[in-house]
Design a protein around this ligand. Structure first.
Ligand SMILES: [Zn+2]
Length: 358
């Protein structure tokens, strides 16, 4: 998704800001008029900060529900058009997708209630709806209602579109449900582009995002169906050589250098620790033992993980060369990215798509 930088984390979910997010700051502060005063600037920044927190709460709701249902949450990225929760292994079962998708809009709607009460208690003008003038509490309430309502539009990849797909998938297979949801999503996206061109360009931008995103969903569903039951254990190299953490690096180095493509799992009394490869040998200057040059961030896979999307997200999306495959914490194989890509190419050859969406 391009460059983003981390601004913090909530309960282990990293919050990142996309480089284009400051665009929103500029766009929100600019309409306050030609004569920008310190006060209007301060108000603009408070407004942005409050909006930021509301969007983060919306995304965290998706993430927490996903995590409770066993999905791994990579991070939350904030874009000018809203937030995106990066969750591995979606869509999952229809019931999971439905619960995860609906959680965000529900949280936004729920946030509007205390804001309405505070507005009422402080005598703020809450009507007519506005986002650009008046009391912050009123603007924030309407922003949250807008966030809830807009996201519930049945246009995949927006939340409402995922809800729609999940509902359709109860009576159809994944691909048919997605194809139908994508048709509806594209229609709504195109409508947004056209209506936005007449009234508000921002709407066109979101419409374009929906239109393009819907196509990605369709390709992903096609790949999921084609790759079907393929699991990591079908493509991995079985029973690889493993290295103990305490093994001297000087003994291993020549072996690794002789086969640069090779990746070996490192274990501590049989338990997986990380990976080592020839390109790691130049790492820390005083590396003596295998553990000193081990890549401990290399995420492992489970033998029964599906090749798509789980293994693809683990390897291709993160540009990793290989992943250890575990059963109960013990290494049973290594999945290499080229083997994974070859398997995907074979399975999707008939689909006529040039790249595997992640
Ligand atoms: Zn959402």
């Amino acid at each position: 998704m391009g460059r983003s930088f981390r601004v913090g984390s909530v309960k282990g979910v990293p919050i990142r800001i996309h480089w284009s997010f400051p665009l929103l700051v500029v766009l929100v502060i600019l309409p306050t008029g030609a004569k920008t005063t310190t006060r209007s600037l301060a108000e603009g920044l408070i407004w942005i900060a409050a909006l930021f927190i509301c969007i983060v709460i919306h995304e965290l709701s998706h993430s927490f529900v996903a995590r409770r249902r066993g999905f791994a949450v990579r991070d939350i990225v904030l874009l000018p058009i809203g937030g995106v929760s990066e969750i591995s292994g979606l869509p999952g079962a229809p019931a999971d997708e439905l619960a995860i998708a609906i959680a965000g809009p529900l949280a936004s709607a729920a946030l509007a209630l205390p804001l309405a009460l505070v507005g009422y208690a402080t005598g703020a003008v809450m009507w007519p709806p506005t986002l650009f003038a008046g009391a912050i509490v009123s603007r924030l309430m309407w922003a949250n209602l807008l966030l809830a309502g807009f996201n519930l539009l049945p246009a995949i990849p927006m939340d409402g579109g995922r809800v729609l797909r999940a509902l359709l998938a109860r009576r159809r297979d994944d691909l048919r449900a997605t194809v139908l949801a994508v048709k509806i999503g594209r229609f709504i996206g195109l409508t947004m582009v056209l209506v936005g061109a007449r009234y508000d360009l921002w709407l066109s931008v979101i419409g374009l995002f929906v239109f393009v995103g819907a196509g990605g969903e369709r390709r992903a569903a096609a790949v999921r169906t084609a790759v079907g039951g393929l699991k990591v254990s079908d493509v991995m190299v079985h029973d690889p050589t493993t290295l103990e953490v305490s093994f001297p690096l000087s003994v291993v180095a020549p072996f690794l250098q002789a086969s640069p493509g090779r990746v070996l799992p490192v274990v501590d009394r049989g338990r997986y620790v990380g990976l080592i490869a020839a390109d790691r040998l130049t790492g820390p200057p005083r590396a003596v033992l295998v553990v000193d040059s081990t890549d401990r961030d290399a995420p492992p896979l489970a033998a029964d993980d599906p090749l798509y999307p789980v293994a693809v997200e683990c390897l291709v999306a993160h540009r990793r060369r290989a992943a250890a495959v575990l059963v109960d914490g013990r290494v049973v194989g290594v999945l290499y990215a080229p083997h994974l890509e070859a398997a995907l190419r074979r399975a999707t050859a008939s689909l006529g798509i040039s790249s595997i969406p992640r």
